[in-house]
Design a protein around this ligand. Structure first.
Ligand code: PMP
Length: 423
């Protein structure tokens, strides 16, 4: 039964049982209408209310500025997952870069029929997309950028593997060793993944960089963040906030019309730059209140209920701090059991960058039999979903928001027992 299991999967991940219980009712009959929530129109007043509630919850939790001016941010609900946003980020930030260059050229008196020619020159020499590669997901995002615009435009600011024995992820080298694009007018974006789900590496503070874009798929809503430092932030829903099927993006108004006039697709074609699918187009989704096409309102409802719980579970402000304290408490407990195992366990990343969300571990230095025995023993105690990502192996404890403290305590006890047996 659900009660006898503790699930530590990396995503899809556990959801609060109370939300799922309510979900099982509304899927049959929403608000006593006799119609289920997955059956109502995404353009109905009910759907609009759900969407508005989700947006307002998120604004409160992450302190997202609301103004319509340059300091404000839009909240978008999209399809396509985190991976879809790897591409959307490139399509959009490159368009914005082109728009800014065009404006500058026109203002400096370049004649209209010469603008594209001049743009092509500037583009070839100057456009850079900066990527901080600190794990498998930022690596994938950088590879997508190279596929879309050519590797000559992708500047790998840092490849963390090169800073570690064995050429493996597990560190975030100090900023003074990075090679960032210094000139803001050349830098279309600076991309980082706040928490690397596969490698267990988490940024301890917001990195610097022009036009900062963050993938927060696996630590979204687990701590307070400074939205204002970012051009854009995105997250798939399926770890800390809901069911698989929606992706949330927070975009600075500075990057959206009317503050930025987007270039005509004809110009992009002439420059040989990619034009993304309309369903990934941030300005289109923003203009249509995330309802350009059919949005899975059931998924938005789940996310809004998860956020309601976070908002109401805390008394003081800022409200996300209660969740942050709980996440830290669980992570500290688990890491301390791992560190006090006389070497039975070794945490994969360096201490200074350990993730609070995905705790990556080797048992007896990666001994296959020992890891198998560990996982088998865990499962027999109802501790599920602990196998490491298929690309790296080992053990991974995903400590997302809906993992109860009791689950972390039970796992801690098992870690201690297993270590004792092995010594
Ligand atoms: N970014 C991160 C940090 C992830 O953990 C994942 C998926 N686990 C993705 C992106 C890709 O997400 P999706 O499968 O929704 O495309």
């Amino acid at each position: 039964t659900r009660e006898s299991i503790h699930y530590f999967g990396a995503g899809p991940a556990p959801l609060p049982t109370a939300v799922l219980e309510e979900a099982s009712k509304v899927i049959l009959n929403y608000n006593d209408s006799g119609v289920g929530i997955a059956e109502i129109s995404h353009r109905s007043p009910e759907a609009n209310a759900i969407l508005a509630n989700a947006k307002s919850g998120l604004r409160q939790l992450l302190d997202i500025p609301e103004s319509e001016g340059p300091d404000g941010y839009e909240i978008l609900f999209l399809h396509g997952g985190g991976s879809g946003e790897f591409s959307a980020t490139v399509y959009h930030m490159v368009s914005v870069w082109v728009a800014r260059q065009m404006k500058q050229l026109t203002e400096s008196g370049v004649e209209e029929d010469k603008v594209v020619e001049k743009l092509r020159e500037v583009l070839e020499k100057k456009m850079k997309l900066d990527y901080l590669v600190t794990g498998s997901w930022s690596l994938k995002a950088s590879q997508e950028a190279a596929r879309l615009v050519g590797s000559e435009h992708v500047n790998i600011v840092v490849d963390a593997r090169k800073h570690r024995n064995g050429n493996k992820f597990g560190v975030i080298p100090a900023e003074d060793s990075w090679s960032q694009t210094q000139d803001e007018t050349e830098c279309a974006l600076t991309y980082y993944c706040d928490n690397e789900t596969v490698d267990g590496v988490e940024f301890q503070s917001t990195p610097s960089g022009h036009n900062l874009v963050a993938d927060m798929s696996s630590n979204f809503l687990s701590r307070s963040i400074n939205v204002r430092k970012h051009a854009a932030i995105f997250s798939g829903a399926q770890k800390n906030i809901g069911t698989t099927g929606i992706t949330i993006a927070i975009i600075s108004n500075k990057l959206l019309p009317p503050l930025t006039e987007m270039p005509d697709p004809k110009i992009m074609r002439k420059l040989g730059l990619p034009i993304g699918p309309i369903v990934l187009d941030w300005p289109t989704i923003a203009k249509n209140n995330s309802l350009y096409n059919t949005l899975p309102i059931f998924d938005v409802w789940i996310a809004s209920k998860v956020m309601d719980r976070l908002l109401h579970s805390s008394s003081g402000s800022p409200r996300i701090s209660t969740q942050e304290a709980e996440s830290n408490k669980k992570a500290t407990m688990l890491y301390s059991a791992l560190d006090n195992s006389s070497g039975v366990y070794s945490v994969v990343p360096d201490k200074s960058v350990r993730s609070r969300m995905n705790i990556c571990v080797r048992v007896k230095g990666g001994d296959a039999d020992a890891e198998k025995a560990f996982l088998k023993g865990a499962e027999s105690r109802g501790l599920m979903g602990l196998k490491g990502h298929r690309s790296v192996g080992g053990v991974r404890i995903s400590n997302y928001n809906a993992v109860p403290v009791e689950a972390a305590e039970k796992l801690t006890r098992y870690l201690e027992e297993f270590a004792k047996e092995q010594q």
